[in-house]
Design a protein around this ligand. Structure first.
Ligand SMILES: NC(=O)c1ccc[n+]([C@@H]2O[C@H](COP(=O)([O-])OP(=O)(O)OC[C@H]3O[C@@H](n4cnc5c(N)ncnc54)[C@H](OP(=O)(O)O)[C@@H]3O)[C@@H](O)[C@H]2O)c1
Length: 441
């Protein structure tokens, strides 16, 4: 008889409580599949007296997560508190230092301190598993670390934040503004009271930092990521995207280029027939471009108690079976320090929406400025003002600027920014141009 694997679980919130529930519900199947029983023997959270909808009465209560991390009875410390600082960080470090394997769902901690924690885990010959930290229930970490080990990866990109995808989906389908959809997302519990972290792309960036490391064997570096959020996206952009055969998604993208690993988070036009464009609502998806398998897209729930618990339990299963892989796929000392690819050198197609002033020479000026930067246009759409044909004889409308949408062939960020700066200096447009990068599949 193999002894049970004994867990100490810190954090009994959305994910922690679901992990307790899932292990209880799958007890026999897990024992059969992993070859040994799995038991949560001790737990920790902020408040012992808090009423919980999961029964932890037969588990020992340890007030301090750090004391639980080094508890003599446990084999594995499961950190489900969250946050890049203490108590999560010190507890994880203490557990590893005490020779305990660690499982965490904490993307913030891993994005900031992942490499140091991986080095400590390797030194101690214990596991550091974090399937739940990226894209919730989607097994993307295991896919990269194990399933695609024979592939050379070219690009990884995904919808990694359900809140943003929910907002963009509602904006597109119901022609609503960003503010209206955000309010609904908050009412439904998909967005925090302070939504900045999600809607400005920072949550996606933390997850992308982890994915890029796994995909390209580089050190996790959240500061190497160019980050833009979705708050500037308007219904006009979503309409134009639809007309031009695209959808707008907030993507996290990491690409191997000859200038280094380009890592960026921004609203992106994706072809409407691509796998990633079909992903609606709070669902997440990750696409991997790799030489042997060509392209793989994994789609599923990126959050939620049970979906995330599924990922945590998969990590537990590996430890129970004695499977241990380097946390970021390579021994941490072999992770490369990647050159941050400068965003100015990003190459791709661009969507540009301008409000052109209705005066002679405007279009010629815009065309000249684009030509000066060697930017070629795939399409130009001139919108009608307020549904009226451009050039109508309504005197009030004659003074209004005319929306113009440009789709460029592949060019560089630098060229686009220089051309648009010149157009702004020429005073032929009203307001700032809207720029959205296009990601081809
Ligand atoms: N929720 C998701 O869908 C999801 C998806 C993927 C990854 N994650 C990650 O999973 C982790 C947990 O998220 P969650 O949504 O379950 O969080 P949560 O519902 O806020 O739960 C946090 C838990 O940590 C405990 N805690 C907080 N501060 C503590 C402290 N100082 N000392 C001891 N315990 C403390 C809380 O105790 P009390 O219960 O006593 O307040 C609570 O049980 C985070 O790293 C998060 O990023 C979550």
């Amino acid at each position: 008889m193999v002894a049970p694997l004994k867990l100490g679980l810190a954090g009994l919130g959305t994910v922690g409580a679901s992990v307790v529930r899932l292990i209880a519900g799958q007890r026999e199947a897990l024992e059969a599949r992993c070859g040994r029983a799995i038991e949560v023997v001790a737990v920790s959270a902020r408040s012992k007296s808090k009423k919980r909808d999961v029964d932890v009465g037969n588990m020992r209560w340890v007030a301090a997560p750090i004391a639980l991390a080094t508890d003599a009875e446990i084999d594995v410390f499961v950190e489900l508190i969250g946050g890049e600082g203490d108590p999560a960080r010190r507890a994880v470090e203490a557990a590893l230092a005490a020779g305990k394997s660690v499982i965490t769902a904490n993307k913030a901690l891993l994005a900031r301190h992942g490499v140091a924690l991986a080095a400590l885990a390797e030194q101690q010959h214990v596991a550091l598993n974090f399937e739940a930290a990226v894209a919730g229930g989607i097994p993307i970490v295991k896919t990269l670390r194990e399933g695609l080990v024979g592939n050379k990866l070219a690009r990884i990109y995904g919808i990694l934040n359900g809140t943003c995808n929910y907002i963009l989906t509602r904006m597109e389908q119901e022609k609503l503004s960003f503010a209206e959809c955000l309010k609904d997302a908050q009412r439904l519990g998909y967005a925090e009271a302070d939504p900045t972290f999600d809607v400005e792309g920072h949550d996606t960036a933390q997850k992308l930092a982890i994915l890029a490391s796994l995909a390209f064997g580089t050190r996790v570096d959240p500061d190497a990521i160019h980050v833009e959020g979705i708050s500037s996206i308007t219904p006009a952009d979503l309409d134009a995207a639809e007309e031009l055969g695209y959808r707008i998604k907030l993507l996290g993208v990491a690409v191997a280029t000859d200038k280094g690993i380009e890592q960026r988070v921004h609203p992106t036009m994706v072809p409407r027939d691509s796998a990633i464009a079909q992903v609606m609502g709070v669902t997440n998806a990750v696409t991997v471009d790799a030489d042997a398998v060509h392209a793989i897209t994994l789609v599923g729930p990126g959050a939620g108690g049970m979906a995330t618990a599924s990922a945590v339990v998969s990590d537990i299963g590996d430890i129970a079976r004695g499977v241990r892989t380097p946390p970021f796929g390579l021994p941490s000392a072999r992770l490369a320090t990647s050159e941050k690819a400068p965003m100015q050198r990003h190459e791709g197609g661009y969507y540009i929406r301008l409000l052109a002033l209705d005066k002679p020479g405007t279009f010629a000026t815009i065309a000249t400025r684009l030509a000066e930067q060697q930017i070629s246009l795939e399409s130009i759409v001139q919108r009608h003002r307020g549904g009226r044909p451009h050039g109508g004889d309504d005197p009030a409308s004659a003074a209004e600027p005319v929306p113009v949408i440009l789709i460029t062939y592949a060019t560089t960020e630098d060229a686009v920014r220089k051309a648009l700066a010149a157009v702004e200096r020429d005073h032929v447009i009203s307001g700032a141009p809207q720029v959205i990068r296009i990601e081809k599949n």
